[in-house]
Ligand binder design. Structure first.
Ligand SMILES: C[S@@+](CC[C@H](N)C(=O)[O-])C[C@H]1O[C@@H](n2cnc3c(N)ncnc32)[C@H](O)[C@@H]1O
Length: 283
C-alpha cells in the first residue's frame, strides 16, 4: 500500500511466488483518514499480494482537494439537522484526479447493494477501482451521479467508509490469481453458493470430540463427497436462503435429500427423548 503515492512494502509472511501474467489491479482510496489503512492492508494476505506485485493500493488524503486556506471538505446540511455533509467540489476534484477510462468508482453506503462474494469476484476482474470514503452524514447527494456502484457491507451504520473500503479491498485482493492457493478460494463459503464444510486439524481427539474417520482414511473421493454433503447440511441449517436461488447438481440433489432425511430423523429422535423425559405434571 502506498500513502499519497509513496511505495510502502507490505509484510511478506510467506514465500513469494512468481506473479502471473495479468497486470496488477490498481486501487485508489480517497479518505480523510489515510492512516487507518496502514495496518490492515500491510499485513498478511493484502500485504503479500502487494509485495508480489499483484495489486497496487494507493491511499489519498481527500483534504488535499479541500477548499480555501483551511482545506474545508464539509458543510452544514441544507434544511437543517444534525451533522455535516461532504461538499461536492472537493470530492469531484479528487475523483477527477484519480479516475480514468475503465475505472470503477465505488461509494460505500448503508443504502447500497449488499456487498457479497459474487460482486467481489466481479471487482477482482476490474483493472482500476476507486473507493471514495465518506465521513460525517455522508456525501452531498449530487456525488452519487459520479460513482459507478454503491455498496453496503451490512445493515448497520459505521462512522465512515474506511472500514467498508478495507473489507472490500481485502476480499478482492485474496481473489486475485496468485494471491492464495486457488483451491482455497474455489471451495470457501459463498464461492459455490454454499457455506464451507467443517474443517479439522490435529489432534485427532479433543475434549472428547473426534475427527470424522472419513477425513483420515485417505479416500479422496469419499472425502470430496463428505465435504459436499456437510456443506449442504451446514447451508441448510444456517443459511437456507442460499439454497433457494441456486440450481443444484444431480449429486447435490441426492445428497440434500439424504441430509433432509437425516435431519428429520434427528429431530424426531430429539423430540421423542424430550417427551420421554417430561414429567406427568408438565404435560
Ligand atoms: C455515519 S455514516 C452516514 C450514514 C448516513 N447518514 C445514513 O443514515 O445512511 C458515514 C459513512 O460511512 C459509510 N458507511 C456507514 N455504514 C456503512 C455500511 N453499512 N456499508 C457501507 N458504508 C457504510 C458510508 O460511506 C457513509 O456515508
Amino acid at each position: 500500500m502506498s500513502l499519497e503515492g509513496e511505495d510502502v512494502e507490505g509484510s511478506a509472511g510467506a514465500s513469494v511466488e512468481a506473479a502471473p501474467a495479468r497486470s496488477p489491479i490498481e486501487i485508489d482510496v480517497l479518505t480523510l483518514f489515510p492512516g487507518m489503512f496502514a495496518g490492515p492492508l500491510a499485513e498478511s494476505i493484502p500485504g503479500r499480494v502487494q509485495s508480489r506485485g499483484l495489486a497496487t493500493v494507493r491511499v489519498h488524503d481527500l483534504r488535499q482537494w479541500g477548499l480555501g486556506r483551511h482545506k474545508t471538505v464539509d458543510d452544514y446540511t441544507y434544511g437543517g439537522g444534525a451533522g455535516m455533509v461532504l461538499r461536492p467540489e472537493p470530492v469531484a476534484a479528487a475523483l477527477d484526479a484519480v479516475r480514468r477510462p475503465g475505472s470503477t468508482v465505488i461509494l460505500p453506503d448503508p443504502g447500497g447493494e449488499v456487498f457479497g462474494q459474487a460482486r467481489a469476484h466481479d471487482l477482482a476482474l476490474r483493472p482500476h477501482i476507486v473507493i471514495l470514503c465518506p465521513r460525517y452524514e455522508g456525501v452531498d447527494e449530487r456525488i452519487r451521479s459520479l460513482v459507478d456502484v454503491e455498496l453496503s457491507i451490512g445493515d448497520y451504520v459505521l462512522s465512515g467508509g474506511e472500514i467498508p473500503a478495507m473489507v472490500m479491498i481485502d476480499t478482492i485482493l485474496r481473489l486475485l490469481p496468485g494471491a492464495i492457493d486457488a483451491e482455497s478460494t474455489a471451495e470457501e463459503s459463498f464461492t459455490t453458493g454454499l457455506l464451507e464444510y467443517p474443517q479439522f486439524t490435529r489432534p485427532p481427539e479433543f475434549a472428547g470430540m473426534t475427527v470424522p474417520t472419513v477425513l483420515t482414511g485417505g479416500n479422496h473421493e469419499a472425502v470430496r463427497k463428505w465435504r459436499l454433503k456437510e456443506a449442504l447440511r451446514r447451508t441448510l441449517r444456517r443459511r437456507p436462503d442460499l439454497l433457494e436461488g441456486r440450481a443444484p447438481t444431480k449429486e447435490e440433489t441426492k445428497l440434500l435429500a439424504e441430509v433432509r432425511a437425516e435431519e428429520a430423523a434427528e429431530n424426531a429422535a430429539a423430540e421423542s427423548s424430550v417427551g420421554a423425559e417430561r414429567s406427568p405434571t408438565e404435560e
